[in-house]
Write a new protein. Structure first.
Ligand code: ADP
Length: 212
């Protein structure tokens, strides 16, 4: 599968990517995870992205395209990839199209997860993330066995800096303005598949019609 996951923050893109990854070994590529790792390591890239991310704004298209060009050329992408959090702007989508053409690759579809705003806000304010492996927990629906400690890797679980109410509102506004237009872009490309909610059964059902 070569899929783009579209949807607002908190729509469940990461969760769906993990389900799909287990089906056929397609690698999940999350630009948010790549950037957070760079911030944690204090690399040059991390330093450039840190303040922007904290406010919930988007880092520049140039920076993201540099990361993705390098990432998509790695061998593990040959089995398929699930792009989570990329592209986020029309220029990124256009640059990705050119990049894939150059690589002689084709997308199967752009999968849009459609979800109500109040559900998103509730999910994001209760979400917690492992700083080490990126595993997602939720204080209401999926608390860790031991408070503050990741079930999977014993890493520390935190509330992300950009998951305060203020940053979340900003991320949603940024999504509506800069990322939502991608739905029209991929519809025009004939690649859009929209699913209400983020139930994995329903997602798989919708994808079956596109991928064999
Ligand atoms: P979300 O949970 O909002 O989907 P991500 O984990 O995908 O967020 O990304 C976190 C932050 O990283 C974003 O708010 C943004 O600052 C930056 N980022 C991630 N992907 C991109 C991208 N494709 N273009 C620009 N900025 C990005």
């Amino acid at each position: 599968m070569k899929i783009i996951l579209l949807g607002p923050p908190g729509a469940g893109k990461g969760t769906i990517a993990k389900v799909l990854n287990q089906l056929d070994g397609s690698v999940q590529i999350s630009t948010g995870d790549i950037l957070r790792a760079a911030v944690a390591e204090g690399t040059e890239l991390g330093k450039q992205a840190e303040a922007t991310m904290k406010a919930g704004d988007l880092v520049t298209d140039e920076l993201i395209m540099g990361i993705m060009e390098e990432r998509l050329k790695q061998d593990d992408c040959k089995a398929g990839f699930l792009l989570d959090g990329f592209p986020r702007t029309i220029p990124q989508a256009e640059a990705l199209k050119i990049l894939l053409e150059k690589m002689d690759e084709k997308l199967d579809c752009a999968l849009e997860l459609v979800i109500a705003r109040d559900v998103i806000i509730d999910r994001l304010t209760t979400r917690r993330t492992c700083t080490q492996c990126g595993e997602i927990f939720n204080v209401k629906s999926k608390p860790p066995k031991v408070d503050g400690i990741c079930d999977a890797c014993d890493g520390n679980i935190i509330q992300r800096d950009d998951e305060t109410e203020e940053a979340i509102n900003n991320r949603l506004a940024v999504y509506l303005k800069q990322t939502a237009p991608l739905v029209h872009f991929y519809r025009a490309e004939g690649l859009l598949v929209s699913v209400q909610g983020s139930n994995s059964e329903q997602v798989l059902e919708a994808l079956k019609t596109r991928i064999n």
